[in-house]
Write a protein of this length. Structure first.
Length: 391
């Protein structure tokens, strides 16, 4: 067996390289070893930070800048992607561009206070584009308010038992008694609203937003309990308002409960990979490229115990296993429990960091490090192939 065709299908490295830049850097390293190989590049997005802009570039669309309320209440610059090509008529937003964890300063990471208000404002901007389909990418969130802030920004009223409007943030949900949806932006009923998220996440309970993701967003044990109680009340009030049980609906916990909030106003929830790997958005068929490849290289900023649970390398590995195409992965760092990725079907894993260095240096030199690591990984694969053939 020889490597005559290689598919590069990575995710981005947060705060360092976007997915297209990672793919380009890997291609540089592969070409050093296999200058005559056919190299297919398919940068992948999963609805997290940078997804909307990447899809605008892929489809020949445009990015519309919008200033919205950030997760801690300060104004932030976000954007709506208006797609082109076969996806004309579709607008995409990353919730992370308005309410992502990267927008929450480390010393202000209190998920009982952060808000998705900016996501609702961004949705209004998407409606302003005139697109008939709006996709909300859920990922990299810094909020846990069940989408309450987004609904308020879209015209809903969140009320206590005395009919008084509640403020922003999940802490206020401890007093929620009613959700009034009568004032919603009427344009919501005129578009197809799709929430693209992790369909395994639920809003409440032991596997819900508060207990699973609260600590990751800075919640103390006491704040986790406050979140859990507030989201229980929110789920009950929201379910009464829309006539649909949302407490444990699959996907309701996407992006700190934004999934449930938007489902209450008519959104459908879909697996993010089914949405973001659609040929209309990518211009290519991932499964077809995998089947044609001799080797697939994927990548992500960090591989760890969470990678098998809905991250890009896991999805690529799943599809490669079905096609019986070998797949290897590069990582910016290898976090706790990273060995779990082998069970996904990855044949080999390598960090791009060759030795001790500061995080800042690794981020600054990421493109060169990725290229060098890709070169080394491909050479290692060739050695393994030679040993196997000799045996």
């Amino acid at each position: 067996m020889t490597l005559t065709r290689v598919l590069i299908a990575p995710s981005g490295f947060k705060e360092s390289l976007d997915t297209g830049e990672v793919a380009a850097a890997i291609a540089v390293g592969v070409c050093r070893v296999l200058p005559d190989a056919v190299i297919d590049r398919m940068p992948l997005v999963d609805g997290g930070e940078g997804s909307a802009a990447a899809l605008a570039a892929t489809t020949g669309g445009s990015v519309v800048p919008v200033e919205v309320t950030g997760p801690v209440g300060d104004p932030v610059r976000a954007h709506v992607a208006v797609l082109g090509g076969a996806a004309t008529g579709t607008a995409v937003i990353d919730m992370a561009s308005a309410a992502g964890l990267s927008l929450v300063p480390v010393d202000r990471r209190d998920p009982t206070r952060t808000t998705t208000a900016g996501v609702g404002e961004l949705l209004r901007a998407a409606l302003d584009t005139g697109c008939r389909r709006v996709v909300v990418g859920c990922g990299d969130s810094g909020t846990s308010d069940g989408g309450a802030g987004a609904l308020q920004a879209l015209g809903a009223r969140v009320l206590d038992a005395h009919g008084r409007e509640l403020g922003r943030g999940a802490a206020a949900l401890a007093d929620v008694a009613e959700v009034d949806l009568s004032g919603l932006d009427p344009r919501l009923s005129e578009v197809e609203l799709v929430v693209a998220g992790n369909t395994s996440n639920v809003l409440t309970g032991p596997h819900g937003v508060a207990r699973v993701f609260g600590p990751q967003k800075g919640a103390t044990p006491a704040q986790v309990e406050l979140l859990a109680a507030g989201l229980d009340r929110w789920a009950a009030a929201l379910s009464r308002a829309c006539g649909r049980e949302l407490a444990v609906v699959p996907g309701g916990g996407a992006s700190g409960g934004l999934g449930a909030g938007l489902m209450a106003v008519g959104a459908t929830l879909a697996c993010r990979f089914d949405v973001f790997l659609d040929r209309a958005l990518t211009g290519q068929g991932l499964d077809e490229l995998i089947a044609a490849a001799d080797l697939v290289i994927t990548a992500e900023g960090q591989l760890d115990a969470q990678t098998p649970h809905g991250k890009v390398p896991a999805e690529v590995a799943r599809r490669c296993r079905a096609a019986q195409t070998p797949v290897v992965a590069l990582a910016g760092t290898l976090g706790e429990g990273w060995e779990a990725v082998y069970a996904m079907g990855l044949a080999a894993v390598s960090s791009i960091v060759p030795g001790p260095m500061s995080l800042q240096r690794a981020m600054d030199e990421a493109a060169a490090l990725v290229a060098d690591a890709a070169e080394s990984l491909v050479r290692t694969v060739l050695v393994g192939m030679a040993v196997r053939e000799a045996a």
